[in-house]
Design a protein around this ligand. Structure first.
Ligand code: TMP
Length: 243
């Protein structure tokens, strides 16, 4: 499906991934690339309604399998409405969470296991895989504290997204372990960014890595390129940069 480049951000709540995603979007836009930013759950009108249901801590008695189904309904809608058209148009798509979140939270946290998640991914998402996944794994205790502080600060009667953060530490440990397992299983796709560095240092690390991947994909000119000079992209079918 992909003519563009599909990049996902993953991590525990409070890992700083959304901040990094925004900074990367600004960086890529400044390089002249078409960038589409989306998130899961959410990212579409239907998805935002599903997000409200899933994240509001007033939602209780939701069976883990129902939660799993809602995550994939949201994702299927986001692929159909946002991700697939943007990739077809040659954009770089930055998505805040994707199926690795489901494997980590529902597969690991809720203990449904990986297999059912991977099966649903094949069925509901046509097996669409990110070209690159950045997994931000900051210190476990620090992430949890940050996520809980943020939700206490932001929570109002109408807006409460703390349902997952309120899970106990054992739940979040299982999420963390499952993320490590995914990274070990798919080292070519998943790059672990150890998060115990400054925001700027992590941003530099991410932008250097992503620029390299985009050059390899023919979406950015190679380093030796000088402005005004035309050059053959490594993969002409994927070329989107017009100097
Ligand atoms: P966030 O948008 O602030 O990262 O929060 C989304 C929450 O939803 C987060 O706690 C992780 C959870 N989640 C799942 O449990 N499964 C999923 O498939 C996705 C996309 C998110």
């Amino acid at each position: 499906m992909a003519d563009g480049f599909f990049l996902t951000f993953e991590g525990l709540d409070g890992s700083g991934k959304s901040t990094q995603l925004r900074k990367l979007a600004t960086h890529l836009q400044a390089l002249g690339l078409g960038v589409t930013v989306t998130r899961q759950p959410g990212g579409t009108r239907i998805g935002d309604r599903i997000r409200g249901l899933l994240l509001d801590s007033k939602t209780d008695h939701l069976a883990p399998q129902a939660e799993l189904g809602l995550m994939f309904s949201d994702r299927a809608e986001c692929i159909a409405e946002v991700i697939a058209p943007a990739l077809h148009g040659g954009n770089v798509v930055l998505c805040d969470r994707f199926t690795d979140s489901t494997e980590a939270y529902q597969g690991g946290g809720r203990q449904l296991g990986s297999e059912i998640v991977l099966q649903m991914h094949r069925t509901m998402c046509g097996g669409l895989q990110p070209d690159l996944t950045l997994l931000l794994l900051a210190d476990f205790d620090q992430s949890l504290r940050r996520a809980r502080r943020r939700n206490d600060r932001n929570a109002t009667a109408e807006h409460d997204e703390a349902r997952f953060e309120r899970e106990d530490e054992a739940f979040h440990r299982r999420v963390y372990d499952k993320y490590r397992e995914i990274a070990a299983r798919e080292p070519d796709r998943v790059v672990v960014i150890e998060g115990d560095q400054t925001i700027e240092a992590i941003h530099r690390q991410i932008s250097t890595l992503v620029d390299e991947k985009l050059r390899a994909a023919g979406l950015l000119p190679t380093a030796s390129f000088t402005p005004g000079e035309k050059q053959m992209p490594e993969n002409p079918d994927k070329a989107r940069f017009t100097p």
